[in-house]
Design a protein around this ligand. Structure first.
Ligand SMILES: *[C@@H]1O[C@H](CO)[C@@H](O)[C@H](O)[C@H]1NC(C)=O
Ligand SMILES: *[C@@H]1O[C@H](CO)[C@@H](O)[C@H](O)[C@H]1NC(C)=O
Length: 196
C-alpha cells in the first residue's frame, strides 16, 4: 500500500528523495491526551502481549492535515470507511526518547495477526464518545488511532499495521525524530507512534 506516501506536494519530494518526512508543524511537539478515561482494556496478538485500550481524552489533541492543531469538526452521517485514505506524515523532532522499532514491530505484527483472526476492519466511535481513541502498546512503543470526526469511522487493520512500521522507521532517531503521526488528508483521524 502506498497511501501514506501520497503526501502533499512538498512532502512527496521529501519522501522521493529518501529524506525523512516533514517535521511536525506548529502543533504541540508530542500531542498529549489529558484526563484520559479508559473504557476497556485487553491484550491482542499471537502472544496476547500487546495492550489494546479504548478510551477518551478529556482534552483531545486534534491535528489538522497541515500539522497544526484543529478545531473540533461538525459532521453528519454514520460510519465512514477510511481504509486506504491518504494521510500526511509529520515527525516529532529532535531524536532521542523515541520508541524502540523492535517493540513497534511487535505491535505491527499483532495488528496483522488480528487482521487474520478477528477481521480486516474495525470501527472507532465518533469524536467525543467514550471510545474515540484506540491505543496499542508494547514495551517502549505506543500507537493510537484518534477519531477527530463526529461520526463513526471504519478502518483496516492492515493499514494501521503498515503505518506503525512506516512511522516508527521514518520518524526514528536516524531521521532526527522520536516518533510521529499521519493525519488524514480530510482531517477526520490520525495515527500516532510514540514512546509509551
Ligand atoms: C457528510 O459530510 C461529508 C463530509 O464530512 C460530506 O462529504 C457529505 O456530503 C455529507 N453528507 C450529508 C448527507 O450531508
Ligand atoms: C461497524 O459498525 C457498523 C454499524 O455502524 C456495522 O454494520 C459493522 O458491522 C461494524 N464493523 C465492525 C468491523 O465492527
Amino acid at each position: 500500500m502506498q497511501y501514506f506516501t501520497l503526501l502533499t506536494a512538498g512532502l512527496s519530494l521529501f519522501f522521493a528523495s529518501g529524506a525523512s518526512a516533514a517535521a511536525f508543524g506548529s502543533a504541540a511537539s508530542l500531542s498529549a491526551c489529558n484526563n484520559e478515561v479508559v473504557a476497556s482494556e485487553t491484550f491482542i496478538g499471537k502472544d496476547h502481549n500487546v495492550k489494546l485500550t479504548a478510551s477518551h481524552c478529556g482534552a483531545a489533541p486534534h491535528v489538522s492535515s497541515h500539522g497544526t492543531l484543529l478545531n473540533k469538526r461538525q459532521s453528519n452521517s454514520t460510519s465512514v470507511n477510511v481504509c486506504g485514505a491518504q494521510c500526511n506524515t509529520f515527525c516529532f523532532n529532535p531524536s532521542g526518547g523515541g520508541p524502540n522499532e523492535d517493540d513497534c514491530a511487535v505491535i505491527a505484527d499483532a495488528i496483522l495477526y488480528d487482521e487474520q483472526n478477528v477481521g480486516a476492519l474495525f470501527n472507532i466511535t465518533a469524536a467525543g464518545t467514550a471510545t474515540d481513541k484506540i491505543t496499542m502498546q508494547y514495551g517502549s512503543c505506543l500507537t493510537y488511532f484518534l477519531n477527530q470526526d463526529s461520526e463513526q469511522l471504519t478502518y483496516c487493520r492492515s493499514d494501521w499495521s503498515s503505518l506503525v512500521t512506516w512511522l516508527s522507521g521514518d520518524c526514528n532517531a536516524a531521521n532526527n525524530a522520536h516518533g510521529g503521526l499521519c493525519v488524514a488528508a480530510d482531517q477526520t483521524w490520525y495515527i500516532q507512534v510514540q514512546h509509551s
